[in-house]
Design a protein around this ligand. Structure first.
Ligand code: SAM
Length: 223
């Protein structure tokens, strides 16, 4: 068995990130993701100026807090299944009134139907044990006409436009990110087969799109 397969299999056993990994995540992984996530923050800030945003699998809160700081008119909710991740995110969010973190499962969202104006998620989809349920919950809580942008790591995104990826992250940085995305995400083929098969069982079955971008497979869902 290859090391990559061993690590991916070990990871698939956990849905919530265990407490020691959350501390490691906050110290190291967040720094690696800072650049790609900053671009997502910019895109969201351009798209939405008021209302409620939900961040599924918000981890230590970097993305939610980044959005909340840039747009005070937004109320950002992060939800995560790891108590340690929620604890760290709340610590980072001290003094930021419009960012709130709750412990919970994205497959059973503690929000009213038709109450959310935008949903984002980064690097969480590959952990979900009940993805159909999560997508259906997104549909339930979103207001009509609103979107969810679900980003999950994909190594093929960094192979798609090699020159652009090298310019963005450097030669070694690109190689490192390919390895990370192989371990924490799916290949383009897996998204186009396995994840597409899952989406086709959800209420979004006629209204989703997939595209490779930066280090991610981005899935856009529209209610
Ligand atoms: C790799 S981390 C990504 C964290 C953050 N979004 C980021 O980009 O830094 C994935 C997170 O998803 C959370 N998670 C996994 N399954 C979940 C679920 N069903 N509901 C809520 N959170 C979940 C994990 O606990 C973990 O914190």
């Amino acid at each position: 068995m290859s090391l990559t397969k061993f690590i991916r299999d070990a990871q698939s056993k956990f849905e919530a990130i265990p407490a020691p990994c959350a501390i490691f995540y906050d110290a190291i992984v967040v720094k690696i993701l800072r650049k790609p996530e900053k671009k997502i923050i910019n895109d969201i800030v351009e798209k939405i100026g008021s209302g409620a945003i939900l961040d599924l699998g918000s981890g230590t809160g970097y993305l939610s807090i980044g959005i909340a700081k840039r747009v005070p008119g937004l109320q950002v909710y992060g939800i995560d299944l790891s108590r340690q991740m929620v604890k760290i995110a709340r610590r980072h969010a001290k003094g930021i009134e419009n960012a709130q973190f709750v412990f919970g499962n994205a497959a059973d969202l503690p929000f009213e139907s038709d109450s959310i104006d935008f949903i984002v998620s980064t690097g969480s989809l590959h952990h979900w044990k009940k993805p159909v349920k999560v997508f259906d919950e997104c549909y339930r809580v979103l207001r009509n006409g609103k979107e969810a942008w679900i980003y999950d790591p994909c190594p093929d995104a960094l192979k798609d436009d090699i020159d652009k990826a090298k310019k963005e992250y450097g030669v070694l940085g690109r190689r490192f990110l390919i390895k990370i995305t192989q371990l924490h995400g799916f290949s383009k083929e897996e998204y186009e087969n396995k994840i597409k098969g899952i989406l086709d069982q959800t209420t979004f079955k006629d209204s989703y799109q997939m595209e490779l971008t930066d280090i991610w497979m981005k899935i856009t869902l529209k209610k």
